[in-house]
Design a protein around this ligand. Structure first.
Ligand SMILES: [Cu+2]
Length: 145
């Protein structure tokens, strides 16, 4: 632990001495959709490899007029979605955004996106600088995990 903190200070990553959260975005992708789709959905694993909680407050992208955090749920057998509030991630924990659950709702696309394209999305956090992530556009592959 002492060694790790030492490294942080050495690299100048820590803006204040002490515990800090650190957001890492993995396996980020956007589900490919027909060109006339009114919205797209993005998914990723958000990991906190810092030693304080990370609170995700929102997201934005130059490629979309609006990006928000959503969660799908089913109510009386009907699939619906709602706006998510802040998403808190404990140190060492991950939150998975995945089809049927949490997702990034991407509205008002500024350009046509097809399978294989990349989109940069900024994920904002309450303290700190957040994270920039590259999302690849691809078809949904059903996995049996
Ligand atoms: Cu949604």
């Amino acid at each position: 632990m002492r060694l790790k903190l030492g490294w942080l200070l050495l690299l100048g990553c820590a803006t204040n001495v002490g515990a800090a959260g650190h957001l890492v975005v993995e396996q980020a992708w956007i589900r490919a959709a027909p060109p006339d789709a009114p919205m797209l959905a993005g998914y990723a694993t958000l990991k906190n490899d810092g030693d304080a909680p990370v609170v995700v407050t929102g997201a934005s992208s130059a490629d979309f007029g609006d990006v928000s955090l959503h969660e799908s749920f089913s109510e009386n057998g009907v699939e619906r979605m709602r706006q998510l509030g802040n998403v808190s991630i404990a140190p060492g924990a991950s939150v998975v955004f995945t089809p049927g659950g949490k997702h990034f709702m991407l509205m008002d696309a500024k350009r046509a996106l097809k399978s294989g394209d990349w989109v940069k999305i900024h994920i904002s956090t309450k303290s700190g600088t957040g994270a920039d992530a590259d999302f690849v556009v691809r078809d949904f592959i059903e996995t049996s995990e």
